[in-house]
Design a protein around this ligand. Structure first.
Ligand SMILES: Nc1ncnc2c1ncn2[C@@H]1O[C@H](COP(=O)(O)OP(=O)(O)O)[C@@H](O)[C@H]1O
Ligand SMILES: [Mg+2]
Length: 250
């Protein structure tokens, strides 16, 4: 993976002479310190995550496994800054999320992180190209032409250049998931968080999506955290994190 850790990364700094062999951008892209998430409803309190400590390094492809209800989606939504922990600290690029201003946080969510979900979350009334362009509407400073070019480039990366005017209902499940990946990619994210991206797909389409994600990680250096129930796919990633009942067990 060393080739993905380019020294031209914006936050790369020269190391002081005494700091040993760590790579120049060793600051983890994400770090969770004693993170707890408790959901409180009128009647019950659910500890979804229980003192989780983990580090995601730049350029890694990590899978997260564990039985239903063990906190995997909660973990991803915290990593994606869509929700806040009840206690503990989340750091992005070495800086505690709570120290970012709302505006900076919105920027991080929009620019740094792309989400991919099991059920694709596409808008059925919009053509493929419009679905992929949609998140770019919230990018200040991008012209309509630039948005279109980015969306087309992302669709090209996932092999769907010939389907830009189709609607989601006219596509297979695997193709829909590729559109969803293109939508995440159009924003040029450093991190993709994928929640059971192959969970609705048969094994052939699942393999296709997995190959696509592996290629993005290897060739483009995108950091990927993927929740999966599929042991075979998890084994293709560099590291598997296992959860049980809100705690990391491996
Ligand atoms: N918004 C919520 N309100 C209350 N409880 C929730 C909420 N989201 C998740 N939970 C509970 O938190 C636990 C972890 O859920 P989740 O992170 O979705 O698990 P997984 O993705 O591993 O299936 C479960 O017990 C679930 O019922
Ligand atoms: Mg889940």
């Amino acid at each position: 993976m060393a080739n993905l850790l380019t020294s031209s990364a914006p936050d790369a700094r020269p190391l002081p002479a005494s700091s040993g062999p760590a790579p120049a951008d060793a600051t983890p892209v994400l770090r969770l310190v004693d993170v707890e998430k408790v959901y409180q409803t009128d009647t019950i309190e659910t500890v979804a995550l229980n003192r989780v400590n983990l580090v995601i390094n730049r350029g890694e492809f990590v899978s997260v496994m564990g039985p239903s209800g063990c906190g995997k989606s909660t973990l991803l939504s915290l990593m994606g800054l869509l929700d806040e922990p009840t206690s503990g600290t989340i750091e992005v690029d070495g800086r505690a999320v709570r120290s970012y201003t709302d505006k900076e946080l919105a920027g991080l969510r929009n620019l740094k992180i792309g989400f991919v979900f099991q059920s694709y979350h596409l808008i059925n009334d919009l053509a493929v190209l419009d679905n992929v362009e949609l998140p770019l509407l919230y990018r200040p400073g991008l012209s309509g032409k630039e948005r279109r070019q980015r969306a087309l480039a992302a669709l090209d990366k996932v092999g769907l250049s010939a389907r830009t005017t189709h609607f989601p209902s006219q596509l297979s499940g695997g193709q829909r998931q590729r559109v969803a990946i293109a939508r995440a990619l159009a924003g040029n994210p450093e991190i993709i968080l994928a929640d059971e991206p192959t969970g609705n797909l048969d094994s052939v389409m699942g393999e296709e999506i997995m190959d696509l994600l592996l290629g993005l990680n290897e060739r483009e250096g995108v950091t990927i955290v993927m929740v999966t129930h599929d042991e075979r796919q998890a084994m293709k990633t560099e590291r598997v994190i296992r959860f049980f009942d809100g705690s990391q067990v491996g």
